[in-house]
Design a protein around this ligand. Sequence first.
Ligand code: CP
Length: 334
Amino acid sequence: HPKSLLRAIQEDGDHLSKLTNKHVYSADQFDREELLQIFRLAAKYEANPDRFGTSLQGQILISAFYEPSTRTRLSFESAWHRLGGDIMSITDRSTTGLAKGESLADVGEMFNNYGDCVVLRDTNANSVRDMMGALRIPIINAGNGTDEHPTQAFADLYTILKWKPSLIADPGGEKINLCLIGLPSKMRTVRSLLKLVALFPECFSQVTIVNDQQQNEMFDKGQLESLVQSGLNIQTSDNLQKVLPDADVVYINAIAWEGNSFNQYGNQFAINSDSPLKKGAIVLHPLARGAELCRSLDNTAHNWYFAQARGAVFLRQALLTCLVRRAERVLDIV
Ligand code: CP
């Protein structure tokens, strides 16, 4: 329950006030204490899910999604609505000046006149930085090509800590095994999540990355070294059936590390209700899913992926409250 996480994290508002007007392009811009304070605020919102606020009243979100999305766009928009703000939503780049060759920098310059915050998703890894240079209002990276998806990673770690608040409340206590099915060098959610996990090495006894690539294909240059340097015990495996029985958290992603890869790898890296999951283990998936995450798991206690998607709304409420300069700080909601 979010209230357990709320109790596990000591309030420290100074870390939140440092976030005002900050552009969010990468998970590695955040330190551990900032994240914990965002999670604490998210847990406050989640503990009061029916309570709609007014802290963003009169503020306008520009929700620019130049690549398809269900969860990220709608959860950002739901979060903004829940805080009383207004939204302009772009869901098709062919209806904008980009289709005529206008640059993202010029579009960003215009956005300054129209809104108070931009959420951008684009297929191009450079898009957020291209627009950011022209912006005087904060921008949030909602997925830039195969590069990063920082707020998804926030929601992922928030879910893990809600599931086991003792990881924070009792730092010398039980640690968990994380099994991450995916490719850190090619998956934006995996890349961002690993950056956050590296800030909490004491919570993880082991992080096992499962795929069938060679190590030089599996990681970006320097990525493995920096994960190990953070204190994480990183293992790799191509044998999911062997890894699953010891995993406390199984993070699976759409099998998308190469063209038509599900046909090639799907069965090898798919999970279902017959998979050898440990009792009490939870399964996370950023969704949308493919056949790698069988629906037979939906009605089992392993299914935390729907809770993960739900929690993202409160997580994004918390982040938006902190970023937007003119947001009234209505934090005394519990
Ligand atoms: N998790 C995620 O990014 O989902 P969408 O593609 O639906 O936004």
